[in-house]
Design a protein around this ligand. Structure first.
Ligand SMILES: C[S@@+](CC[C@H](N)C(=O)[O-])C[C@H]1O[C@@H](n2cnc3c(N)ncnc32)[C@H](O)[C@@H]1O
Length: 337
């Protein structure tokens, strides 16, 4: 065996270390341990009892995380390290990429053989996505809404995930009503003026437009990371029809999409390019979703008879790649106003 073998083995195993650690951090959050330990140093026995976890296994799990410097474990006392405390705001990225898509990444070879699409955990995709959106797409949509002629009286959120995005928008004003549509929408609403429908977006919009006595030109439809889903599930013409119907139902449509530039070195040399967008682009190759370019969406909107009232990107302090793009659309000719 040559001298450098062990050093190269250590290097070769770093992705495996990352694989286990990503799962470990996701479960630190999902087990309830993170929130509990964030309260301050406490005994593993007490924490495990409070969360109805097995104390010996919990201790082993925390020892693993202590070796990776996310917690300290002294005797039976566990606490978050500074690195562990710093993780808190990033929970939704773990919910999306590990909770929602870990099973997807396990299916690469199967999908490469052309055997359909990989599965995902739809509930956690909605939770993780809306959690991330609180940092990027939600402020972006608020900015797009500032380009509206007036505050909308209703918002229909197509592909609403766990509904928290819509709940925040509705909560901003107190007078706006909201309907969230998603196969994984919450079963019931926790707030007045907010309702959820478990349905596909095209069926919902088609049926609603068919029963509309009069279009509500002071309403807003929202499709954040939804058109990419419909594009692969139902095809381009279904997306064109959805945009058209949404604008017939509500005066404006706000769309958020991710620009598809996986071969652009500028993107992949960016820190978020390799940390987030590279796996994000990959999971779209594997699942029933299709990302497209900024130009593709602008052409599609034109075909659907929509005008782009404004186009904005996410706050660069959160994501400076410029890849997450928001469009505010109205019916061509400004009839929506
Ligand atoms: C990436 S998440 C986006 C969630 C939320 N809009 C956000 O901005 O974070 C995409 C959502 O679209 C939903 N979805 C997928 N196919 C759909 C369809 N045909 N009709 C409605 N929603 C769909 C998924 O269940 C998922 O919640």
């Amino acid at each position: 065996m040559d001298e450098g073998f062990e050093l190269r083995l250590i290097e070769a195993l770093q992705p495996v270390r990352g694989f286990a650690l990503a799962q470990g951090i996701y479960h630190l959050f999902s087990s309830g341990l993170y929130e509990r330990i964030a309260d301050g140093p406490q005994s593993v026995q007490e924490v495990a009892a409070a969360l109805e976890l097995d104390a010996a296994r919990t201790s082993g799990f925390l020892r693993y995380l202590a070796n990776e410097n996310y917690v300290t474990l002294r005797g039976d006392t566990v606490a978050l390290t500074e690195k562990g405390r710093g993780l808190g705001p990033y929970r939704p990225w773990y919910e999306l990429l590990v909770g929602g898509y870990a099973e997807t990444f396990q299916q690469v070879t199967h999908v490469l053989r052309g055997k359909g699409y990989a599965s995902r955990d739809g509930r956690l995709v909605g939770i993780g996505s809306c959690g991330i959106s609180a940092y990027d797409a939600l402020p972006l949509v608020r900015e797009l809404m500032s380009d509206l002629p007036a505050t909308p009286d209703s918002i229909v959120d197509l592909g609403c995930g766990d509904g928290t995005f819509l709940a925040d928008l509705v909560g901003d004003s107190g007078t706006v009503t909201g309907i969230g549509v998603d196969p994984y929408a919450p079963e019931e609403s926790s707030a007045a003026g907010l309702d959820f429908v478990r349905s596909g977006a095209t069926d919902y919009v088609r049926n609603t437009v068919a029963s509309d006595a009069e279009p509500d030109s002071s309403g807003l439809c929202l499709a954040a990371f939804l058109l990419q889903e419909i594009l692969e599930q139902e095809g381009r013409s279904a997306v064109v029809e959805l945009v058209r119907a949404a604008l017939r139902h509500s005066g404006h449509l706000a769309v958020v999409e991710v620009d598809h530039r996986p071969a652009d070195p500028q993107v992949m040399q960016h820190g978020l390019g390799l940390a987030y967008y590279n796996p994000y682009y990959l999971l779209h190759v594997l699942t029933e979703q299709r990302l497209e370019t900024d130009q593709f969406w602008q052409d599609l909107f034109r075909e659907a008879g929509a005008s782009v009232v404004s186009r904005r990107v996410v706050d660069p302090r959160v994501d400076s790649t410029g890849l997450e793009v928001g469009y505010l659309l109205s019916r061509q000719g400004g009839a929506a106003q």
